[in-house]
Write a protein that binds this ligand. Structure first.
Ligand SMILES: [Zn+2]
Length: 320
């Protein structure tokens, strides 16, 4: 379980069916016409910003006899369903009029800078913009979605970080890109790390641990046990097992959100400005999609962020 870093607030004992009960106490839930969205209050507060992390709840797609909000063009789902789901997501985050800008993701460190609505989808795993009306989107079903906001320069980024992207430091590079394009400073940025597969469920081979330990000095913090596959195996000698009869090398558990959190901090983002969801896609299949646990027959969630053309008016108080 990843602790709520940033505010240090402890999970309060909330009343049943509290709308705030979306894992970490810093996150809130928003339900609009059955579509359930997760949001970070610090981002909701900005009147020029829209954002949200989708869940599987709501939507018109059917999976295992249940309605789900599948936002990716998967083989098992009809295109029209996905389009309708995307419309519902946009409505739920208040971005009906935005142009949705999704990417052709390929687990890279490629970052697309949008200066206008693209005509063709870009091959990239992160996007940055300061153009109002564009709704940047990344799709996930276990991988880590990260949204970045620069309140000073009014610029935003959406990042998709699986283990390959994390290893390639895509979050750090997205911050670098914001610096270059918009003059952003990491110390001003707000970052939201969305639901993803947790250190409880994400088994990887020791070769992944080896790759991480070659790239990050603090790699040991991201794994339950940092084994790279090169350790001598004393059991082999004790058991006197003939070659080829050793048990297969054990897997290790990787906490991708922790790795990305660490990258954000290393890049200069203040801990108090990092909001991390503690929801695990593997553990919470009632609420989220998990490719690892469900295989190809699962949906895709989306994390979206965009800049309004004009600031949202503060909600008027109801008259007494
Ligand atoms: Zn889990």
């Amino acid at each position: 379980m990843v602790a709520a870093k940033g505010s240090g607030t402890k999970k309060k004992k909330t009343k049943k069916r509290s709308p705030r009960k979306a894992g970490t106490s810093q996150w809130t839930e928003r339900v609009q016409r059955g579509t359930r969205i997760l949001q970070v209050p610090a981002l909701v507060k900005l009147p020029w910003l829209v954002h949200g992390f989708s869940t599987r709840v709501g939507g018109v797609s059917k999976l295992d006899g249940k309605r789900v909000l599948n936002l990716g063009f998967t083989e098992w789902d009809a295109r029209d369903n996905v389009k309708e789901n995307r419309r519902r997501l946009q409505a739920a985050v208040g971005a009906q009029d935005f142009k949705l800008v999704s990417l052709l993701q390929f687990h890279s460190d490629a970052i697309a800078h949008f200066e206008g609505a693209p005509t063709e989808p870009s091959r990239a795993d992160a996007s940055v913009t300061k153009i109002p009306g564009l709704l940047l989107a990344v799709q996930t079903a276990d991988c880590v979605p990260v949204l970045l906001v620069d309140p000073k320069n009014r610029a935003v980024a959406a990042v998709h970080a699986g283990w390959r992207g994390t290893l390639a430091r895509i979050v750090e590079k997205a911050i670098g890109r914001m610096q270059m394009q918009f003059g952003s400073h990491a110390v001003d940025l707000l970052a939201a790390i969305g639901p993803a597969i947790g250190g409880c469920c994400y088994e990887v081979g020791t070769e992944v641990a080896a790759a991480f330990s070659g790239q990050f000095a603090n790699a040991a913090e991201f794994f339950d046990e940092l084994r790279t596959g090169d350790e001598p195996n004393p059991l082999q000698w004790l058991n006197m097992m003939p070659p080829g009869h050793q048990p297969p090398p054990k897997k290790v558990l990787l906490d991708l959100r922790k790795a990305n959190h660490s990258q954000l901090e290393a890049a200069g983002v203040t801990a108090a400005n990092i909001f991390i969801s503690d929801l695990c896609t593997g553990c919470r299949r009632d609420l989220l999609f998990s490719y690892r646990k469900e295989g190809a027959e699962t949906g895709r969630m989306m994390a979206v962020i965009g800049i309004r053309a004009s600031d949202k008016k503060p909600a008027s108080r109801p008259k007494a």
